[in-house]
Design a protein around this ligand. Structure first.
Ligand SMILES: NC(=O)c1ccc[n+]([C@@H]2O[C@H](COP(=O)([O-])OP(=O)(O)OC[C@H]3O[C@@H](n4cnc5c(N)ncnc54)[C@H](OP(=O)(O)O)[C@@H]3O)[C@@H](O)[C@H]2O)c1
Length: 316
């Protein structure tokens, strides 16, 4: 394993974060219908109270509303939080200054002078890695973010980003990717191992596979909305895995399937950032901390997950 740089060490010390895509998103998550500002504010405070202090948002989430809500919640608490947000590389945002300009917008919405991690949300081959990384390096040099990272970057793109940033004297701090017991692409194609080798923190999004790993959805009770078209037909094949997760949870004093799923991610060496719509979900997810699955349980969970043929969602 490569020496972790001083600038990025804090990220490796964070076991779990909180995803804030739910804060304002109507397309997938039905914000404003099923739940609203009160509930997500409570999820934020419950996370802080439980020691989960790293919040992942993006300028894209709720078209800026997630960042604005985070700003409002930060003003209402004395507790410190670490903030990660993301730049979306629209094709017209091709200049080297684009990330810096966009980050200033994010800072204004969150109401802070500096964040902890600024990530490129998706690669855009039309813009090119070097220009995007030069733009990220500008953000660090301007003192507007402590570290920078990428998201949804495959192996080759991640290495190119690592080298481009290195030329600017800036470490690639993180790669945020889809990683769960139902999507182990990054583990199987070697990205996770390469991250560990290079001291890049892997941040796992959708660690609960959008709720499917919590055990509350079944073929008889599928999720509503857009998630149904993606997942409903696989719910029957996920049940044996969930049955084993329930058993493992019981062996650890009554841990839930969600807690087992998140603990598995931590055991794999990645930082899960589960989204939570309310305090109960946030509190339960925080209960994934403070204990550990055994190596044998992790191996058995891997085995049970291998039996499920679910197409992966991430484009690398
Ligand atoms: N970089 C990227 O391209 C990218 C893409 C996606 C997400 N992300 C980030 O990753 C974060 C996490 O991913 P995600 O939110 O899409 O998926 P997720 O964390 O796998 O699932 C979150 C959903 O699961 C349900 N849930 C959460 N905790 C629960 C609990 N304890 N018990 C029962 N249900 C629970 C909730 O939905 P219901 O109650 O409706 O079931 C919640 O909205 C996002 O918030 C975002 O910050 C990044």
């Amino acid at each position: 394993m490569t020496e972790i740089s001083d600038e990025t060490r804090f990220l490796h010390a964070i076991e779990m974060g909180l995803g804030a895509m739910q804060w304002g998103d109507r397309a997938i998550w039905q914000y404003g219908r099923e739940y609203g500002v009160e509930e997500v504010g409570q999820a934020f405070r419950a996370s802080l109270d439980a020691g989960v202090r790293f919040v992942d948002t993006a300028e894209l989430y709720g078209n800026g509303l997630s960042e604005r809500l985070l700003g409002r919640f930060l003003q209402e608490t004395d507790q410190p939080a670490l903030i990660a947000t993301k730049f979306f590389p629209w094709p017209w945002r091709f200049s080297k200054q684009a990330p810096l300009r966009a980050l200033r917008g994010s800072l204004a919405r969150v109401g802070v002078e500096r964040i902890d991690l600024y990530q490129i949300h998706w690669p855009n081959p039309l813009i090119g890695s070097d220009r995007l990384m030069d733009g990220l390096a500008e953000c660090v040099k301007a003192g507007l973010t402590r570290t920078v990272g990428v998201s949804n970057y495959g192996h080759a793109r991640m290495l190119a980003a690592y080298s481009a940033l290195e030329r600017n004297g800036v470490p690639l701090a993180a790669n945020q990717v889809h990683y769960s017991l139902l999507n182990r692409t990054v583990e199987k194609d070697g990205i996770l191992a390469r991250c560990n080798e290079l001291g890049i923190r892997m941040i796992a999004y959708c660690p609960l596979e959008r709720g499917m790993l919590t055990g509350k959805y079944t073929p008889e009770n599928p999720p509503a909305g857009r998630r149904a078209s993606k997942y409903a037909k696989f719910l029957a094949s996920v049940q044996p895995l969930l049955k084993y997760m329930t058993q493992v949870g019981q062996d650890h004093g009554g841990k839930s399937c969600a807690q087992v799923a998140l603990n598995w991610t931590i055991c794999k060496g990645a930082m899960p950032i589960p989204g939570a719509k309310n305090a109960a979900q946030a509190e339960q997810n925080a209960g994934a901390l403070g204990w550990r699955l055994t190596d044998e349980e992790v191996a058995r969970l891997d085995f049970a997950s291998d039996a499920i043929a679910m197409p992966t969602m991430t484009a690398h």
